[in-house]
Design a protein around this ligand. Structure first.
Ligand SMILES: CC(C)(COP(=O)(O)OP(=O)(O)OC[C@H]1O[C@@H](n2cnc3c(N)ncnc32)[C@H](O)[C@@H]1OP(=O)(O)O)[C@@H](O)C(=O)NCCC(=O)NCCS
Length: 151
């Protein structure tokens, strides 16, 4: 399993993965989300690749990438945010989610980011359990949002 930054050739597989695990919403165009991420923090957009399935056991590239996980992150100068954490159902429970979070935290910390944040939709109990076990605690805040650009 290889963790690396997103490459343009991953785009279709990434969108398919997000759809498969139920992270897409009608009001978010995943393609535009990818464009915005690549335009701001390309090195904070992580992909987990099944190197064996890609025919890339040596991690040197050359095979066609089989994307099995993602984490899309950003740093706003105060907090680091982790979005679109996803692992393919066929690969869940193997530590890939944990590895993606660890790599995201490491890259954020290298930028001087003091705290990683994430939002979990109400009712996503599996994610609540996962984050709780990954050292994340629920903050006493309610997030408010205001759409500035309609997708
Ligand atoms: C949440 C998700 C990313 C976890 O990925 P994963 O690769 O299956 O997780 P891991 O295998 O790395 O599990 C890491 C740890 O979390 C634990 N864990 C996983 N699900 C859990 C749950 N429901 N409750 C408690 N712990 C859980 C595992 O037991 C493991 O602990 P361990 O290392 O002590 O054994 C994955 O389930 C997923 O893609 N879900 C759908 C998309 C989603 O909801 N994303 C979150 C958006 S906020």
């Amino acid at each position: 399993m290889l963790l690396r930054s997103f490459a343009e050739t991953d785009r279709a597989a990434v969108v398919a993965l997000w759809c498969e695990v139920g992270l897409t919403r009608s009001w978010n165009d995943p393609g535009k989300d990818i464009d915005r991420a690549v335009a701001t923090w390309p090195d904070l957009f992580l992909v987990a690749e099944d190197a064996a399935a890609s025919g890339d056991d040596d991690g040197e590239g050359g095979g066609s990438a089989v994307v099995v996980g993602t984490a899309l992150c950003g740093y706003d100068g105060h907090r680091g945010w982790i979005y679109y954490l996803a692992v393919a159902p066929t690969h869940q429970g193997r530590g890939i989610g944990r590895a993606l979070i660890a790599e995201a935290e490491s890259r954020l910390e290298a930028l001087g980011c003091p705290k990683a944040m994430l939002m979990v939709r109400r009712g996503n109990e599996k994610a609540h359990g996962f984050y709780g076990g990954s050292g994340y605690a629920e903050d006493e805040v309610v997030t408010f949002g205001k759409r500035l650009i309609a997708d």
